[in-house]
Design a protein around this ligand. Structure first.
Ligand code: NAD
Length: 472
């Protein structure tokens, strides 16, 4: 019988009246599990449980908070095999390579690292006139809304800094990939005080209700720009602080005279990681005319060596697109580019059958102004755009509403540094792309987001500043 998963509210497993099927994108005839359809009542219960737990957790000692984050890391590690398998089945990403085992390992690593971060009280002045201290206080109940591409890792990024700083959490996972998140926090919650982390599954309307709820003190949201704007507007009446990690359309510029050979593997995985379904992946590559043909050939040759298939097959390094909406969008963008006269160098046609596999596709002879270059494709498709002048390439790279990441590639470190300084993005990489780490703040500028995650700067976003200004 297909397993019914449960929500977690106040430390207890909670069932729903209705369930929907979650199917495997590598074989849509396979039902992976049944997800409870949470209601507004469940949302109210989750917010109440989190508020109740906050009454005590806000006064927890630093040591208790560190230990809670370490417990999260340990529970994830102890259950890594089960979580990785479930993640592969519902999300489609392979178990191996930069797939589910990598993602679950990242969850444990991020939780353990964040446990060790702290924001101690600062003395701002200690004079004959005054003693002024700055304290960091928890905000209250954090509402977390997550997407379907890296569901476990992003949930951990939202939840752990919240717990570390004395907040409690209500989390709503994406309706496309809820099962692994429900299971992970069922396991984690059993090892933590009741009500610290509450997880409710259901439709988009729960996200909207969470964003506007007066009992929620902050929203951390990762998802599309369109939904980010809705979250910001629902959160406005209660003036909630927001962390918004939104979409990207990261450009990469290969400087003139750059041999692609030493960079091809990094270029490939920088764009194809998670079959391109990664916010900070390389999504358009600008290559100088003198190196254009060699770079296109190097990428196509490399692609031929990377197996795509059902993620449970341990030889697969790439999986399918996660859902039908995304699958249709990628088909549409490649067809549109082809109709505009672009040349599909490899791939370019869905594999067929009851699945969402789309092959790795490199598209050449394509210009800005084509949807595949201007929009976020979020699939295993990279447009390679020819340029003749570096200033023009920088202008085109920056000429967008997006500002998550960007990269510059070349052998002359002075030249790459000059271009890096001119690229407009939250992260500019040199000779690499799509690398993140728990000690390095990560976030977007322009429409790619507000605020950062990770490091002390990310942690601070879960606190308010309280100054105590005493006459000496
Ligand atoms: P999405 O915006 O469609 O959905 C994200 C979440 O928002 C889901 O849980 C959804 O149920 C919820 N939601 C939908 N409508 C809502 C509303 N009105 N109010 C509140 N919540 C609502 O995004 P997606 O398709 O799941 O994810 C893909 C997008 O996420 C891409 O654009 C990608 O670039 C972006 N992303 C960004 C980052 C980052 O760190 N910057 C990381 C991963 C993904």
């Amino acid at each position: 019988m297909t397993k019914k998963y449960t929500m977690t509210i106040g430390g207890e497993p909670v069932a729903a009246d209705d369930y929907t099927e979650i199917r495997n994108p590598a074989d849509t005839s396979e039902v992976v599990g049944l997800v409870p359809v949470g209601t507004m009542q469940h949302l109210e219960q989750a917010v109440s449980a989190a508020r109740e737990a906050f009454k005590r957790w806000r006064h927890s000692s630093d040591q208790e908070r560190v230990e809670a984050c370490q417990t999260i890391a340990k529970v994830v590690t102890d259950n890594a095999a089960e979580l990785a398998t479930l993640l592969t089945q519902e999300q489609g990403k392979p178990l191996k390579g930069m797939g589910s085992e990598f993602e679950v390992g990242g969850c444990a690593g991020w939780a353990a690292y964040t446990a060790g971060l702290s924001l101690p009280m600062k003395v701002l002045e200690d004079s004959e006139a005054s003693k002024i201290e700055m304290h960091r206080e928890p905000l209250g109940v954090v509402g977390s809304i997550t997407p379907w591409n890296w569901p476990l890792m992003i949930a951990i990024w939202h939840v752990v800094p919240g717990i570390r700083t004395g907040n409690t959490v209500v989390l709503k996972p994406s309706p496309f990939t809820p099962l692994s998140t429900l299971r992970m926090f069922e396991l984690i919650s059993a090892a933590l005080p009741k009500g610290l982390i509450n997880v409710i599954s259901g439709g988009d309307e729960l996200g909207a209700a969470l964003s506007e709820h007066a009992g929620i003190n902050k929203i951390v949201f990762t998802g599309s720009i369109a939904t980010g704007k809705k979250v910001m507007s629902s959160a406005a009446p209660t003036l909630k602080p927001l962390t918004l990690e939104l979409g990207g359309n990261d450009p990469g510029i290969m400087l003139p005279g750059t041999d692609p050979a030493p960079f091809v593997e990094r270029l490939y995985w920088g764009s194809m990681i998670n079959s391109g379904q990664t916010c900070g992946a390389l999504k358009r590559l600008y290559v100088h005319g003198s190196d254009y043909d060699a770079t296109c050939k190097a990428l196509v040759d490399f692609a031929g060596n990377i197996p795509m298939g059902n993620g449970m097959d341990e030889t697969s390094l790439l999986g399918p697109l996660q859902n039908e909406r995304q699958f249709k969008r990628v088909i549409e963008l490649v067809d549109d580019a082809r109709a505009a006269g672009a040349k599909v160098l490899c791939g370019g046609k869905a594999t067929g059958g009851s699945n969402y596999f789309y092959p790795v596709t490199f598209v050449a002879d394509i210009e800005d102004g084509t949807r595949l270059v201007d929009e976020e494709q979020f699939g295993p498709v990279l447009p390679i755009v020819r340029y003749s002048d570096v200033d023009d390439a920088v202008r085109r790279a920056n000429g967008t509403i997006f500002g998550l990441g960007a990269s510059v590639w070349g052998n002359d470190s002075d030249a790459t540094a000059k271009v890096a300084a001119r690229l407009e993005a939250g992260t500019v990489y040199v000779n690499k792309h799509a690398e993140i780490a728990p000690h390095v703040p990560f976030g977007g500028i322009k429409c790619s987001g507000i605020g950062v995650e990770f490091g002390e700067e990310g942690l601070a976003a879960y606190t308010s500043i309280k100054v105590i200004n005493a006459a000496a």
